[in-house]
Design a protein around this ligand. Structure first.
Ligand code: PAP
Length: 331
Protein backbone atom coordinates (compact mmCIF):
# COMPACT_ATOMS: atom_id res chain seq x y z
CA UNK A 1 0.00 0.00 0.00
CA UNK A 2 1.25 3.46 -0.84
CA UNK A 3 0.94 6.39 1.57
CA UNK A 4 -2.04 7.60 -0.42
CA UNK A 5 -3.68 4.18 -0.13
CA UNK A 6 -3.18 4.04 3.59
CA UNK A 7 -5.10 7.30 3.82
CA UNK A 8 -8.13 5.72 2.21
CA UNK A 9 -9.98 5.32 5.47
CA UNK A 10 -13.51 6.40 6.14
CA UNK A 11 -16.02 6.59 8.94
CA UNK A 12 -18.97 4.29 8.72
CA UNK A 13 -22.67 4.67 9.44
CA UNK A 14 -24.37 4.89 12.82
CA UNK A 15 -21.74 4.17 15.41
CA UNK A 16 -18.89 6.40 14.25
CA UNK A 17 -20.82 9.55 14.87
CA UNK A 18 -21.56 12.09 17.52
CA UNK A 19 -23.93 11.84 20.49
CA UNK A 20 -26.23 14.82 20.82
CA UNK A 21 -24.39 15.89 24.02
CA UNK A 22 -21.16 16.19 22.03
CA UNK A 23 -22.60 18.16 19.12
CA UNK A 24 -21.36 21.66 18.30
CA UNK A 25 -23.65 23.93 20.40
CA UNK A 26 -24.59 26.00 17.36
CA UNK A 27 -26.25 22.91 15.82
CA UNK A 28 -27.38 21.27 19.06
CA UNK A 29 -29.87 24.03 19.84
CA UNK A 30 -31.57 23.60 16.48
CA UNK A 31 -31.50 19.77 16.56
CA UNK A 32 -33.22 19.63 19.95
CA UNK A 33 -36.17 21.62 18.57
CA UNK A 34 -36.78 19.25 15.63
CA UNK A 35 -39.50 16.55 15.50
CA UNK A 36 -38.12 13.28 16.80
CA UNK A 37 -38.74 9.64 15.86
CA UNK A 38 -37.37 7.06 18.27
CA UNK A 39 -39.08 3.87 17.15
CA UNK A 40 -36.02 2.66 15.24
CA UNK A 41 -34.72 2.01 18.77
CA UNK A 42 -31.08 3.00 18.87
CA UNK A 43 -31.31 5.06 15.67
CA UNK A 44 -33.06 8.22 16.75
CA UNK A 45 -34.24 10.37 13.90
CA UNK A 46 -34.84 14.10 13.57
CA UNK A 47 -36.93 15.69 10.84
CA UNK A 48 -35.59 18.62 8.89
CA UNK A 49 -36.55 20.00 5.48
CA UNK A 50 -38.96 17.11 4.94
CA UNK A 51 -36.39 14.34 5.65
CA UNK A 52 -35.66 12.18 8.69
CA UNK A 53 -31.97 12.15 9.59
CA UNK A 54 -30.21 9.95 12.14
CA UNK A 55 -29.69 12.36 15.03
CA UNK A 56 -26.07 11.25 15.37
CA UNK A 57 -25.32 12.30 11.79
CA UNK A 58 -27.37 15.42 11.58
CA UNK A 59 -24.84 17.91 12.91
CA UNK A 60 -22.60 16.53 10.15
CA UNK A 61 -25.28 17.18 7.55
CA UNK A 62 -25.67 20.78 8.75
CA UNK A 63 -21.93 21.39 8.90
CA UNK A 64 -21.44 19.80 5.49
CA UNK A 65 -24.09 22.07 4.03
CA UNK A 66 -22.46 25.13 5.55
CA UNK A 67 -18.79 24.41 5.01
CA UNK A 68 -18.04 21.65 2.47
CA UNK A 69 -16.18 22.83 -0.62
CA UNK A 70 -16.52 20.60 -3.62
CA UNK A 71 -13.64 20.33 -6.07
CA UNK A 72 -14.58 20.55 -9.77
CA UNK A 73 -13.22 17.04 -10.35
CA UNK A 74 -15.18 15.39 -7.50
CA UNK A 75 -17.44 12.45 -8.23
CA UNK A 76 -20.21 12.25 -5.65
CA UNK A 77 -21.86 8.88 -5.09
CA UNK A 78 -25.32 9.73 -3.78
CA UNK A 79 -27.89 7.21 -2.65
CA UNK A 80 -30.64 6.33 -0.29
CA UNK A 81 -29.41 3.75 2.21
CA UNK A 82 -29.33 0.10 1.11
CA UNK A 83 -29.79 0.93 -2.56
CA UNK A 84 -26.43 -0.37 -3.79
CA UNK A 85 -24.07 2.26 -2.39
CA UNK A 86 -21.25 -0.14 -1.48
CA UNK A 87 -21.24 -1.59 -4.98
CA UNK A 88 -21.44 1.75 -6.77
CA UNK A 89 -18.65 3.15 -4.60
CA UNK A 90 -16.42 0.23 -5.56
CA UNK A 91 -17.23 0.57 -9.25
CA UNK A 92 -16.77 4.35 -9.35
CA UNK A 93 -13.49 4.17 -7.45
CA UNK A 94 -12.17 1.39 -9.71
CA UNK A 95 -13.28 3.17 -12.90
CA UNK A 96 -11.93 6.60 -11.98
CA UNK A 97 -8.58 5.36 -10.68
CA UNK A 98 -8.06 2.54 -13.18
CA UNK A 99 -4.78 3.96 -14.46
CA UNK A 100 -3.40 4.30 -10.97
CA UNK A 101 -4.01 0.83 -9.57
CA UNK A 102 -3.10 -2.62 -10.74
CA UNK A 103 -6.03 -5.02 -10.49
CA UNK A 104 -3.92 -7.63 -8.68
CA UNK A 105 -2.94 -5.26 -5.85
CA UNK A 106 -5.96 -3.01 -5.89
CA UNK A 107 -7.01 -1.11 -2.73
CA UNK A 108 -10.44 -2.73 -3.04
CA UNK A 109 -8.80 -6.07 -2.29
CA UNK A 110 -7.63 -4.71 1.07
CA UNK A 111 -10.25 -2.13 2.00
CA UNK A 112 -14.03 -2.11 2.17
CA UNK A 113 -15.49 0.23 -0.51
CA UNK A 114 -16.71 2.56 2.26
CA UNK A 115 -13.09 2.91 3.33
CA UNK A 116 -12.10 3.94 -0.19
CA UNK A 117 -14.98 6.38 -0.66
CA UNK A 118 -15.69 8.40 2.48
CA UNK A 119 -19.17 9.54 3.46
CA UNK A 120 -18.93 13.33 3.59
CA UNK A 121 -21.49 13.99 6.34
CA UNK A 122 -19.98 11.40 8.67
CA UNK A 123 -16.64 13.18 8.60
CA UNK A 124 -18.35 16.42 9.55
CA UNK A 125 -20.32 14.63 12.28
CA UNK A 126 -17.09 13.31 13.79
CA UNK A 127 -15.31 16.63 13.18
CA UNK A 128 -12.54 15.13 11.13
CA UNK A 129 -13.62 16.78 7.90
CA UNK A 130 -10.00 17.70 7.13
CA UNK A 131 -9.58 14.07 6.19
CA UNK A 132 -11.67 14.78 3.08
CA UNK A 133 -8.97 17.15 1.83
CA UNK A 134 -6.42 14.34 1.95
CA UNK A 135 -8.43 12.00 -0.28
CA UNK A 136 -6.45 11.49 -3.50
CA UNK A 137 -7.76 13.56 -6.40
CA UNK A 138 -9.97 13.14 -8.34
CA UNK A 139 -11.97 12.37 -5.23
CA UNK A 140 -14.84 9.91 -5.10
CA UNK A 141 -17.01 10.85 -2.11
CA UNK A 142 -20.29 9.47 -0.84
CA UNK A 143 -23.43 10.93 0.68
CA UNK A 144 -26.91 9.82 1.73
CA UNK A 145 -28.11 13.43 2.03
CA UNK A 146 -31.13 14.52 -0.03
CA UNK A 147 -30.45 16.74 -3.05
CA UNK A 148 -32.10 19.74 -1.37
CA UNK A 149 -29.67 19.49 1.56
CA UNK A 150 -26.50 19.24 -0.52
CA UNK A 151 -24.09 22.13 -0.12
CA UNK A 152 -24.23 24.75 -2.88
CA UNK A 153 -20.64 24.00 -3.75
CA UNK A 154 -21.66 20.52 -4.94
CA UNK A 155 -24.70 21.83 -6.79
CA UNK A 156 -22.89 24.63 -8.59
CA UNK A 157 -19.47 23.15 -9.27
CA UNK A 158 -18.67 20.99 -12.29
CA UNK A 159 -18.44 17.95 -10.03
CA UNK A 160 -20.59 14.99 -11.07
CA UNK A 161 -23.23 13.15 -9.07
CA UNK A 162 -23.96 9.47 -9.69
CA UNK A 163 -27.13 8.36 -7.90
CA UNK A 164 -28.28 4.79 -7.41
CA UNK A 165 -31.81 3.75 -6.54
CA UNK A 166 -33.55 0.44 -5.87
CA UNK A 167 -37.06 -0.96 -5.47
CA UNK A 168 -38.18 0.37 -2.05
CA UNK A 169 -39.43 -3.09 -1.05
CA UNK A 170 -35.91 -4.51 -1.31
CA UNK A 171 -34.47 -1.37 0.31
CA UNK A 172 -36.70 -1.93 3.33
CA UNK A 173 -35.77 -5.62 3.63
CA UNK A 174 -32.07 -4.80 3.35
CA UNK A 175 -32.35 -1.95 5.87
CA UNK A 176 -34.27 -4.06 8.37
CA UNK A 177 -31.66 -6.81 8.20
CA UNK A 178 -28.85 -4.36 8.74
CA UNK A 179 -30.30 -2.48 11.69
CA UNK A 180 -31.29 -5.65 13.50
CA UNK A 181 -27.68 -6.83 13.31
CA UNK A 182 -26.21 -4.10 15.47
CA UNK A 183 -25.42 -5.58 18.84
CA UNK A 184 -26.40 -2.39 20.67
CA UNK A 185 -29.78 -2.70 18.95
CA UNK A 186 -30.73 -5.01 21.75
CA UNK A 187 -34.53 -5.26 21.52
CA UNK A 188 -36.63 -7.22 19.05
CA UNK A 189 -37.59 -5.11 16.07
CA UNK A 190 -40.37 -6.88 14.15
CA UNK A 191 -40.35 -6.48 10.39
CA UNK A 192 -43.98 -5.29 10.60
CA UNK A 193 -42.84 -2.31 12.70
CA UNK A 194 -40.12 -1.38 10.22
CA UNK A 195 -42.68 -1.71 7.43
CA UNK A 196 -45.10 0.64 9.16
CA UNK A 197 -42.43 3.29 9.78
CA UNK A 198 -41.09 2.92 6.24
CA UNK A 199 -44.56 3.41 4.72
CA UNK A 200 -44.91 6.60 6.76
CA UNK A 201 -41.59 7.82 5.38
CA UNK A 202 -40.04 7.64 8.85
CA UNK A 203 -36.79 5.91 8.02
CA UNK A 204 -33.17 7.07 8.16
CA UNK A 205 -32.72 9.69 5.39
CA UNK A 206 -36.30 9.08 4.26
CA UNK A 207 -38.86 9.25 2.86
CA UNK A 208 -37.20 7.17 0.17
CA UNK A 209 -39.57 8.40 -2.57
CA UNK A 210 -38.82 12.09 -1.96
CA UNK A 211 -35.10 11.28 -1.92
CA UNK A 212 -35.29 9.62 -5.34
CA UNK A 213 -37.62 12.26 -6.76
CA UNK A 214 -35.34 15.14 -5.86
CA UNK A 215 -32.32 13.60 -7.58
CA UNK A 216 -34.37 12.32 -10.51
CA UNK A 217 -36.05 15.67 -11.15
CA UNK A 218 -32.72 17.44 -11.05
CA UNK A 219 -31.21 14.84 -13.41
CA UNK A 220 -33.92 15.55 -15.97
CA UNK A 221 -33.14 19.28 -15.84
CA UNK A 222 -29.37 18.82 -15.71
CA UNK A 223 -28.46 15.48 -17.28
CA UNK A 224 -24.80 16.54 -17.41
CA UNK A 225 -24.81 16.90 -13.60
CA UNK A 226 -26.62 13.80 -12.32
CA UNK A 227 -26.66 10.27 -13.65
CA UNK A 228 -29.34 7.98 -12.25
CA UNK A 229 -28.55 4.27 -12.10
CA UNK A 230 -30.95 1.56 -11.01
CA UNK A 231 -29.77 -1.37 -8.90
CA UNK A 232 -31.91 -3.87 -10.78
CA UNK A 233 -30.58 -2.74 -14.17
CA UNK A 234 -27.03 -2.82 -12.85
CA UNK A 235 -27.51 -6.42 -11.70
CA UNK A 236 -28.86 -7.36 -15.13
CA UNK A 237 -26.06 -5.72 -17.10
CA UNK A 238 -23.29 -4.34 -14.88
CA UNK A 239 -20.94 -3.67 -17.82
CA UNK A 240 -23.49 -1.38 -19.42
CA UNK A 241 -23.83 0.57 -16.15
CA UNK A 242 -20.05 0.85 -15.81
CA UNK A 243 -19.64 2.16 -19.38
CA UNK A 244 -22.46 4.68 -18.82
CA UNK A 245 -20.87 5.87 -15.60
CA UNK A 246 -17.38 6.13 -17.13
CA UNK A 247 -18.73 8.24 -20.00
CA UNK A 248 -20.67 10.41 -17.59
CA UNK A 249 -17.80 11.12 -15.21
CA UNK A 250 -15.53 11.96 -18.12
CA UNK A 251 -13.24 8.94 -18.27
CA UNK A 252 -14.68 6.78 -21.06
CA UNK A 253 -13.10 3.43 -21.87
CA UNK A 254 -10.93 3.57 -24.98
CA UNK A 255 -11.34 1.08 -27.80
CA UNK A 256 -8.18 -0.65 -26.66
CA UNK A 257 -9.52 -0.93 -23.12
CA UNK A 258 -12.77 -2.35 -24.44
CA UNK A 259 -10.83 -4.91 -26.49
CA UNK A 260 -8.79 -6.14 -23.54
CA UNK A 261 -11.89 -6.46 -21.35
CA UNK A 262 -11.15 -3.63 -18.88
CA UNK A 263 -14.84 -3.11 -18.19
CA UNK A 264 -15.43 -6.77 -17.41
CA UNK A 265 -12.35 -6.87 -15.19
CA UNK A 266 -13.66 -3.97 -13.11
CA UNK A 267 -17.11 -5.57 -12.95
CA UNK A 268 -15.48 -8.77 -11.71
CA UNK A 269 -13.32 -6.97 -9.13
CA UNK A 270 -16.41 -5.25 -7.70
CA UNK A 271 -18.81 -8.17 -7.99
CA UNK A 272 -20.74 -9.24 -4.92
CA UNK A 273 -19.11 -12.67 -4.75
CA UNK A 274 -15.61 -11.28 -5.13
CA UNK A 275 -15.96 -8.51 -2.54
CA UNK A 276 -17.96 -10.54 -0.04
CA UNK A 277 -15.31 -13.30 0.09
CA UNK A 278 -12.34 -11.00 0.68
CA UNK A 279 -10.81 -11.31 4.11
CA UNK A 280 -11.31 -7.57 4.77
CA UNK A 281 -15.04 -7.89 4.08
CA UNK A 282 -15.49 -11.20 5.89
CA UNK A 283 -13.55 -10.34 9.03
CA UNK A 284 -12.75 -6.64 8.99
CA UNK A 285 -14.60 -3.63 10.25
CA UNK A 286 -14.51 0.07 9.50
CA UNK A 287 -13.38 2.90 11.72
CA UNK A 288 -16.86 2.98 13.28
CA UNK A 289 -16.53 -0.70 14.20
CA UNK A 290 -19.31 -1.71 11.84
CA UNK A 291 -18.39 -5.22 10.63
CA UNK A 292 -17.80 -5.06 6.89
CA UNK A 293 -19.83 -8.21 6.33
CA UNK A 294 -22.98 -6.21 7.23
CA UNK A 295 -22.74 -4.60 3.79
CA UNK A 296 -22.94 -7.92 1.94
CA UNK A 297 -26.07 -10.02 2.36
CA UNK A 298 -27.84 -11.52 -0.67
CA UNK A 299 -27.63 -8.94 -3.47
CA UNK A 300 -30.67 -10.17 -5.35
CA UNK A 301 -33.80 -8.59 -6.78
CA UNK A 302 -37.09 -9.45 -5.09
CA UNK A 303 -35.98 -10.77 -1.70
CA UNK A 304 -38.92 -8.78 -0.33
CA UNK A 305 -41.10 -11.76 -1.31
CA UNK A 306 -39.58 -13.68 1.60
CA UNK A 307 -40.56 -11.05 4.17
CA UNK A 308 -43.71 -9.28 2.98
CA UNK A 309 -47.22 -10.54 2.59
CA UNK A 310 -48.80 -9.78 -0.79
CA UNK A 311 -50.89 -7.13 1.01
CA UNK A 312 -47.80 -5.41 2.39
CA UNK A 313 -46.14 -5.43 -1.02
CA UNK A 314 -49.28 -4.04 -2.58
CA UNK A 315 -49.48 -1.25 0.00
CA UNK A 316 -45.87 -0.24 -0.61
CA UNK A 317 -46.31 -0.41 -4.40
CA UNK A 318 -49.41 1.78 -4.16
CA UNK A 319 -47.52 4.37 -2.11
CA UNK A 320 -44.70 4.29 -4.66
CA UNK A 321 -47.16 4.69 -7.55
CA UNK A 322 -48.84 7.61 -5.86
CA UNK A 323 -45.56 9.33 -4.95
CA UNK A 324 -44.32 9.16 -8.54
CA UNK A 325 -47.68 9.88 -10.16
CA UNK A 326 -46.53 13.33 -11.35
CA UNK A 327 -43.15 12.08 -12.51
CA UNK A 328 -41.83 10.04 -15.44
CA UNK A 329 -39.69 8.02 -13.02
CA UNK A 330 -40.20 4.27 -12.75
CA UNK A 331 -38.10 1.71 -10.91
P1 PAP B 1 -25.35 1.16 2.77
O1 PAP B 1 -26.44 2.16 2.55
O2 PAP B 1 -25.30 0.68 4.20
O3 PAP B 1 -24.04 1.58 2.24
P2 PAP B 1 -25.81 -0.36 0.40
O4 PAP B 1 -24.49 -0.76 -0.08
O5 PAP B 1 -26.48 0.80 -0.26
O6 PAP B 1 -25.79 -0.16 1.97
O7 PAP B 1 -26.79 -1.59 0.23
C1 PAP B 1 -26.48 -2.88 0.68
C2 PAP B 1 -27.08 -3.84 -0.32
O8 PAP B 1 -26.24 -3.92 -1.46
C3 PAP B 1 -27.19 -5.23 0.25
O9 PAP B 1 -28.37 -5.77 -0.33
P3 PAP B 1 -29.19 -6.98 0.34
O10 PAP B 1 -29.32 -6.68 1.80
O11 PAP B 1 -30.51 -6.99 -0.37
O12 PAP B 1 -28.39 -8.20 0.05
C4 PAP B 1 -25.93 -5.88 -0.27
O13 PAP B 1 -25.98 -7.28 -0.29
C5 PAP B 1 -25.84 -5.29 -1.67
N1 PAP B 1 -24.49 -5.31 -2.20
C6 PAP B 1 -23.33 -5.08 -1.54
N2 PAP B 1 -22.29 -5.20 -2.36
C7 PAP B 1 -22.78 -5.53 -3.58
C8 PAP B 1 -22.18 -5.83 -4.85
N3 PAP B 1 -20.87 -5.81 -5.01
N4 PAP B 1 -23.00 -6.11 -5.87
C9 PAP B 1 -24.34 -6.15 -5.71
N5 PAP B 1 -24.96 -5.88 -4.54
C10 PAP B 1 -24.20 -5.58 -3.48
Amino acid sequence: MSVADSKLRSRLPFSATTKIEEVDPKYKELILTLPKEDQWLAIELRKYGGFWYPERHFSGVLAMQEVFKSQPSDVIIASFMKSGTTWLKALAFAVLHREKYNLSSHPLLKLNPHDCVPIIEHHYATRDEHYLESVPSPRVLGTHVSYSMLPDSIKTSTSKIVYICRDPKDVLVSLWHMVTKFEWFNKPFPFAKAFELFCEGRMPYGPVWDHVLEYYTKSIRSPEKILILKYEEMLKDPSDGVVKMANFIGCPFSEDEMKIGSVEKIVELCSFNKLKDLDVNKNGSGAGNVPNNYYFRKAVVGDWQNFMTPEMANTLDEITKEKFSDSTFTY
